[in-house]
Design a protein around this ligand. Structure first.
Ligand code: SF4
Ligand code: FE
Length: 519
């Protein structure tokens, strides 16, 4: 049985409180063929915990940016637990994400849960309207409990999927998608696996959701529920990252960013119980697509987080050219301008998506879907360009530097410090540290956070192209062309209106302050 949410324990406030809250949970975490005794103390796992802890400390340093007063408890809680009720709320999420990207240089793992909360708030509301059920009330009660403890909640969406040509109920092995295997009056038991789950081991709770549009035959797969991360029956298998074992070497240079890292793991659910109170969808297959679409709308503009990492990388590139004494070369200045242009292009589309936010029927605000998809699609490309320029500016040393042990060795270290010298007033160690940071972000451990996650997180590039194609209003645009070409009558307003579907374009045309249409 799931344990009840402990509302009596003091709410987590500082990063240190948070780290302590993760101890002694007895999680079953596999890494290198062994069970990890205490993830908090594992050198490969700890940097990811530190990155998440930074979200708590930022809430203390800048409460208006990273926390809100909970409408449920009246106490300050993390902004990552907040359901947006204005466009300003959506915009502030983005500003918090950029700041945290700047502070950690990696994925701080908390946005999946935030975006799942926001999507579930409106979807459970509309599901109850259609079915006369009480999922929304249950969800609000769960949210209140999460606010009381100021917990970290992860969102578990991506199933392992098996044969991609088959729907969930057609799979030879039904466990390829998380599904209900048993029921009682008290709740359900689920089985299956979620792949590459960001920050799952560093969370307190997980919200399990379907990964795609479902058909009426997929009823057992239309399950949304909350489980504590340490629920019986859950196993985690830690995902490796490039150069990850450098964190297990002594020293702090070769690792590139000794303090912070991201985390992805496979989560295996082996008949895990979810009580009714924590079920937020059960069998309503027609709402799976709405949930996935709203979640990805929030999450694709959450990738503004990567602009914070882009700021760090542009800074590192500017540092290394200065250390090499070539900062005044015109092509160097232009390259930094190009990095900035690419980075701000991502920011522009993400923040615009949030500014275009509008109210759903539940009162929760959602951002602009088209711009969210355009933002994330940029993210699948532009950080690769930013990284290419950073590697260009760093020079070959970014990939050929000797080890920290050689650098500090009494015999060879003396020669290395002579031959690795750049400008006189810059220490060799500083120069090596900046190069290692560029390596870390473009091909080392945090390249997962800056590049691979940018490619595949919140859906691979084609997923955004499908949504962009779906919402691009081509009939309306053809109509515009036909009018100007003199094929159609100019004053046939009905034909124009009929060629314009609900949603995106109304939001484009709604003037500031006017209520915007809903997709
Ligand atoms: Fe947040 Fe970005 Fe990490 Fe996703 S990739 S959880 S949006 S920091
Ligand atoms: Fe992600």
């Amino acid at each position: 049985m799931n344990k009840p949410v402990s509302a009596a324990a003091p709410a987590i406030t500082t990063g240190e409180d948070y780290i302590n809250s993760l101890r002694n949970r007895g999680l079953k975490v596999w890494l290198f063929g062994e069970l990890v005794e205490e993830p908090v103390d594992h050198p490969m796992i700890r940097p990811s915990i530190n990155a998440l802890a930074r979200t708590y400390d930022l809430a203390i340093e800048q409460p208006d940016l990273a926390s809100v007063v909970s409408p449920f408890t009246g106490e300050r809680v993390s902004r990552f637990l907040h359901v947006c009720t204005s466009a300003e709320d959506l915009v502030t999420q983005n500003k918090m994400q950029r700041r945290l990207g700047q502070l950690t240089g990696t994925c701080f793992q908390r946005c999946v849960g935030m975006d799942a909360f926001n999507a579930l708030y409106s979807v459970t509301y509309e599901l109850d309207e259609a079915h006369g059920t009480d999922h929304h009330l249950r969800f609000r009660a769960f949210l209140t409990d999460m606010h009381k403890g100021n917990f970290v909640v992860g969102g578990a969406m991506t199933d392992v999927k098996g044969d991609r040509g088959k729907s969930p109920h057609q799979q030879n092995d039904p466990d390829m998608f998380v599904h209900v295997v048993k029921r009682s009056d008290e709740g359900v038991w689920i089985r299956g696996a979620k792949a590459h789950q960001t920050g799952c081991i560093n969370s307190h709770w997980m919200v399990v959701m379907p990964t795609m549009r479902l058909s009426p035959d997929d009823g057992d797969f239309a399950i949304v529920g909350a489980v504590p991360v340490d629920a019986p029956g859950i196993t985690y298998v830690y995902g490796r990252q490039s150069c990850d074992t450098r964190a297990m070497e002594n020293g702090s240079i070769d690792v590139g960013n000794a303090q912070y890292g991201g985390q992805e793991a496979m989560v295996i659910f082996d008949d895990v119980f979810i009580p009714n109170a924590h079920l937020f969808m059960d069998g309503q297959t027609e709402f799976a697509a709405m949930l996935v679409q709203r979640f990805t709308t929030y999450h694709r503009r959450s990738y503004v987080c990567k602009t914070g990492l882009g700021d760090v990388l542009a800074g590192a590139a500017a540092e290394i050219v200065e250390m090499n004494g070539i900062e005044k070369a015109s092509h160097i200045k232009d390259k930094i301008v190009e990095m900035t242009h690419l980075n701000e292009t991502i920011y522009g589309t993400g923040i615009a998506s949030s500014y275009q936010g509008y109210a759903t029927r539940s009162g929760a605000y959602i951002c602009d879907e088209m711009l969210a998809n355009v933002c994330k699609h940029h993210v699948t490309k532009l950080p690769y360009d930013v990284s290419r320029i950073a590697q260009d500016m760093a020079g070959g040393l970014v990939a050929t530097l000797p080890s920290e042990q050689d650098l500090n060795h009494p015999e060879i270290g003396r020669l290395l410090r002579k031959y690795l010298k750049g400008r006189d007033d810059v220490s060799v160690e500083s120069r090596v540290r900046i190069l290692r940071l560029i390596e870390n972000m473009t091909m080392g451990r945090n390249a997962v956070g800056y590049l691979t996650e940018s490619m595949h997180g919140a859906g691979s590039p084609q997923a955004q192209r499908i949504e962009i194609g779906r919402a691009m209003q081509l009939e309306y645009k053809k109509r515009l062309a036909r009018i100007l070409a003199g094929i159609d009558e100019v004053d046939d307003a009905d034909a124009t209106a009929n060629s314009l579907s609900e949603g995106y374009f109304q939001r484009v045309f709604a003037l500031p302050g006017q209520p915007a249409g809903e997709a």
